[in-house]
Design a protein around this ligand. Structure first.
Ligand code: 0X9
Ligand code: ZN
Length: 717
C-alpha cells in the first residue's frame, strides 16, 4: 500500500510556502488517495484529508504563490478555516483546560506524588509556563545522568504530547526504582505551549509558536531556532517569516528556545528524545547536511537500531509501516537550527527525533490522518507501548553510553575501521585521544603514512584520504597502529573498465573515486563477482553510496544481500532507506562470510535511485590471518573490550594440555603459558611477563589437541 508523502517533506521540496507571506489552509478536492500522492509529488504540504458531504478533500497549507501553483495545475482551491476545535476530546486536552489540561494534570501529579517535581523553565510570549517534570529525587546530582523526553515543538503534533505524558506517568509508576534512583528523568510535554493552545482555539493545523513577526505574519518554527547550524542555508530552514519553517530573526531568538537552552546548561542530558509526528522515524544527528555522519554513530545506531533490527515496531492496526526507520536525520530532509543537532553539538547529548505514527490509516475508516491522529485511547496507548522500549533503553543507556544496548539487542560497535578506501575512516570510543599516523602497506611492499584528520564535527572519527596518492589496487593493509586497528581490503570494485565480473546497473561519470560509479534508477540488481574468503574471518563489506529515496515510501529502498554459495541463495545484510544526496561510507559486518569460498554480494534497488562506488570485502583480522591462518574457531571471552578486571578466555574441553600465547598487534610474542587439562580456560589480567600491557589490541592463540583457537582482545581500561 502506498504511503503519502507530506509532513514537511513538501516544504523541503519547496513548491509552496517558500516565499510570500501569510499561509492559509486550503481545500483541494481529490478523487481518492492517489490524489494525495500527486499533490505530495508536486511538493505541496498536505496536512490532513477531510471527507465532507461525501467528497474527499486534501487540506493543503499554502501561501499565495502556492495557491496559484495549485490552480495552475488545474486544482479547484477553496479557502478553509481550519476548525477551532472544542476542548472536549477523549484523549487530547489543551494546555490551559481547567482540571484535565496539561498544566492542571502536571500540577495535580506533582501535588499527589512526592517523586514528581514540577518546574517552570521559562515563559512564552503569551505568558504560559514551559513546564518540565522531573521524576525521581528532588535534587540534582552529578552522579545521576539526565535523560530528557520532550514533545510538541510543533503545535499540531498532539500525539507527541500524549506520548510524553504517558511516559512521565509510566516512569513514575513502573520504572524499576533501583534504576530511577540512578537517573534524573525529565519530561517536557509541551515545548511550544502558545502554539499548542492555539491548535485548540483557532487552527488545528498550526505548527509554529505565536510570536508576531516583523511583517505581520505569525510564528517562528521552534525546531529551526536553535543555535547550531542556524540559518546555514535556506533549504534546511526559511528566512521568510510567513513560512512554516521560518527560523526566526536570530539564533535562539524565541523564549521557548531560550528556556530549552538554559535548561540544557543546567541539566545537560546524556540522552534526549524529542517527539514529533508523523512518519514513523527514529532519526538522529546530523541533520544539517546530507551525508554527514556523527562520531557517535555507533552509540546512536545501537539505540535506534537498523531497518533489519529496528528499535521501534509499529503495531498500530492499519498502519502502513512495520517499524520506524532509524537513521541520520537527513534521511528525511536536511534542517538547520534543529534541536537534536544543537543538543549533540552543544552538550554531546545522544539525541533522537522520533516521528510518531505513519500518518495512515485510521483503522475505523481506513482514512489517512496525517497530523490529526484519531482521538482514540486504545490507539494512542498503542503508540505509547510501541515507543516505550526505546524510551527505556535510552534511560538505561544514559548510565554507560559506551555499552548501550538497543531495544532490539544491538550493541555499540568496538573501535574499528569504517572504510578503507578511497578514504580511511576509523571510529574510536567517545572521547578517545587522537590516534597516531595512518599507514598503508602497498602491493609493492612499500609503506605510506598520513595523519588522521578530525575536526569538531567529526571528533572521535578520524579520516585520511588516499585517493590522490594511491590507486585502490595498491592498497593492501591500512593501520592505525596506536589505536590497535588495522584493516585490509580483500576485493574492490567501482564501475571502472577493468572491474570485471560485476553485472547489472549502468555506470555514470558521477563517481566518488576513479572515473565511474554504478547507478540504478528503479528496479535493478548489481551482482558482484565471487570472492574466495577461505582462511579469512572478521569480514565486512565496505561501500560508498548516495541515494534519492524518501522515508515516506520506505518500500522503495536499496537492499544489500550476501550469498555464501556463489549466488544460489541470498540473505539481507542491510537496507538503505530515504534521502542521502551526498556520498558517504557504509560498513556492514558479515560474520557469516568467514571462511566462505563462494562469497558474493548484490545490491537490489526497489524503485530506488542509488549510486555505489568503492565496493569491496574487507577484514579486520589481518594479523590473525598472518599468525594463525589455520585457527578453527574463536575463544570465548567474558568481556571484550576489557574495561575492568580480568578477562576469562575459554575453549572446548580437551584431554590434552593447552599452549596459550599472547601476541602484540604487530605479531610480537609477548607471553606463553601452559594450561593443564582438564582446565579449559585462562584468566588473563592484562599483563605479560609481569608487566601491565598498555591499552590496545592483542592476539591470543590457544592450541590443544591439534586444534587452534584465537581471539583479538582489546584492553580499554
Ligand atoms: O521538520 C521537523 O522539524 C521535523 N519533522 S516534522 O514533520 N515533525 O516537522 C523533523 C526534524 C528532524 N530533522 C531533520 N529532518 N533534519
Ligand atoms: Zn514536528
Amino acid at each position: 500500500m502506498a504511503r503519502y508523502a507530506f509532513g514537511l517533506l513538501a516544504l523541503a521540496l519547496g513548491v509552496t510556502a517558500r516565499v510570500g507571506a501569510q499561509l492559509r489552509a486550503v481545500e483541494v478536492p481529490i478523487t481518492d488517495r492517489s490524489g494525495i500522492d500527486s499533490l505530495a509529488r508536486l511538493g505541496f504540504e498536505v496536512a490532513a484529508v477531510r471527507e465532507l458531504r461525501g467528497e474527499l478533500y486534501a487540506i493543503v497549507i499554502a501561501d499565495a504563490s502556492g495557491e496559484r501553483a495549485l490552480r495552475g495545475r488545474g486544482y479547484v482551491v477553496t479557502a478553509t478555516v481550519p476548525p477551532a476545535v472544542a476542548d472536549t476530546f477523549l484523549v487530547y486536552r489543551s494546555f490551559d483546560k481547567p482540571v484535565a489540561g496539561i498544566r492542571a494534570t502536571l500540577s495535580a501529579w506533582a501535588a499527589a506524588d512526592t517523586i514528581f517535581h514540577l518546574d517552570s523553565i521559562g515563559a512564552t510570549i503569551e505568558g504560559r509556563p514551559i513546564l518540565a517534570v522531573k521524576i525521581g529525587a528532588a535534587d540534582d546530582s552529578p552522579g545521576r545522568p539526565n535523560v530528557l523526553f520532550m514533545a510538541t515543538h510543533h503545535a499540531r503534533e498532539w500525539v507527541s504530547t500524549e506520548m510524553a505524558m504517558k511516559l512521565a506517568r509510566w516512569v513514575a509508576d513502573s520504572l524499576p526504582r533501583a534504576l530511577l534512583a540512578q537517573r534524573d528523568v525529565w519530561v517536557i510535554p509541551v515545548q511550544n505551549p502558545d502554539g499548542y493552545q492555539y491548535t485548540f482555539t483557532a487552527d488545528r493545523l498550526w505548527r509554529k509558536n505565536r510570536r508576531t513577526n516583523a511583517d505581520g505574519t505569525f510564528g517562528v518554527d521552534p525546531n529551526r531556532n536553535y543555535p547550531a547550524f542556524w540559518g546555514r542555508d535556506d533549504i534546511g530552514s526559511s528566512p521568510t517569516p510567513g513560512a512554516e519553517t521560518y527560523r526566526g530573526p536570530a539564533p535562539a531568538s524565541e523564549l521557548e528556545t531560550q528556556a530549552i537552552v538554559s535548561f540544557h546548561a543546567a541539566h545537560p542530558p546524556a540522552v534526549a528524545v524529542s517527539y514529533h509526528t508523523y512518519s514513523g522515524l527514529v532519526v538522529h544527528p546530523y541533520g544539517y547536511r546530507s551525508g554527514s555522519l556523527p562520531p557517535d554513530l555507533p552509540v546512536l545506531r545501537a539505540l535506534a537500531g537498523t531497518d533489519l533490527a529496528p528499535a521501534v515496531s509499529d503495531r498500530l492496526p492499519a498502519s502502513t509501516l512495520t517499524h520506524y526507520h532509524p537513521g541520520p536525520s537527513w534521511n528525511l530532509y536536511p534542517t538547520n537550527g534543529e534541536y537534536t543537532d544543537w543538543a549533540y553539538r552543544a552538550h554531546g547529548t545522544i539525541a533522537f527525533t522520533t516521528e510518531l505514527t505513519s500518518g495512515c490509516c485510521d483503522p475505523s475508516s481506513g482514512a489517512y490522518y496525517g497530523f490529526v491522529f484519531p482521538d482514540d485511547s486504545v490507539l494512542v496507548e498503542q503508540v505509547f507501548r510501541d515507543n516505550l522500549p526505546f524510551a527505556v533503553s535510552a534511560i538505561v543507556a544514559a548510565g554507560d553510553l559506551g555499552n548501550a544496548i538497543g531495544a532490539s539487542g544491538l550493541v555499540v560497535s568496538p573501535p574499528r575501521f569504517e572504510a578503507v578506501w578511497p578514504e580511511s575512516w576509523i571510529s574510536l570510543e567517545r572521547n578517545a585521544a587522537a590516534p597516531g599516523p595512518a599507514s598503508v602497506r602497498t602491493a609493492s611492499g612499500a609503506t605510506v603514512t598520513r595523519t588522521f584528520q578530525s575536526d569538531s564535527l567529526t571528533r572521535g572519527v578520524f579520516r585520511t584520504t588516499w585517493r590522490a596518492d594511491l590507486r585502490a589496487d595498491e592498497v593492501r593493509v591500512v593501520r592505525a597502529a596506536s589505536a590497535g586497528l588495522e584493516a585490509q581490503l580483500l576485493s574492490l570494485g567501482g564501475a571502472e573498465p577493468d572491474d570485471t565480473g560485476w553485472a547489472g546497473w549502468l555506470t555514470t561519470a558521477d563517481a566518488l573515486a576513479g572515473q565511474r560509479a554504478w547507478l540504478a534508477t528503479g528496479n535493478d540488481t548489481l551482482t558482484s563477482p565471487v570472492v574466495d574468503l577461505r582462511d579469512r574471518s572478521h569480514i565486512w563489506l565496505q561501500f560508498w553510496q548516495k541515494h534519492a529515496g524518501s522515508t515516506f515510501v520506505p518500500e522503495r529502498r536499496g537492499e544489500v544481500q550476501f550469498s555464501a554459495d556463489s549466488g544460489r541463495t541470498w540473505t539481507d545484510a542491510a537496507h538503505v532507506v530515504g534521502a542521502g544526496e551526498n556520498w558517504y561510507p557504509v560498513r556492514v559486518d558479515l560474520p557469516q562470510a568467514s571462511g566462505v569460498a563462494g562469497a558474493r554480494v548484490r545490491f537490489v534497488a526497489r524503485g530506488f535511485t542509488w549510486w555505489l562506488d568503492a565496493v569491496g570485502f574487507a577484514t579486520d583480522s589481518v594479523v590473525a590471518d598472518q599468525v594463525v591462518a589455520s585457527a578453527v574457531a574463536d575463544l570465548e571471552l567474558s568481556q571484550n573490550p576489557v574495561r575492568q578486571g580480568p578477562v576469562v578466555m575459554s575453549w572446548p574441553a580437551s584431554s590434552q594440555d593447552a599452549r596459550l600465547r599472547i601476541y602484540s598487534f604487530a605479531g610480537v610474542l609477548l607471553a606463553a603459558e601452559t594450561v593443564t587439562a582438564p582446565t579449559s580456560e585462562f584468566v588473563w589480567d592484562g599483563t605479560a611477563g609481569g608487566r601491565q600491557l598498555p591499552n590496545g589490541a592483542y592476539l591470543v592463540v590457544v592450541e590443544t589437541g591439534g586444534r587452534r583457537y584465537r581471539a583479538r582482545v582489546f584492553l580499554a581500561r
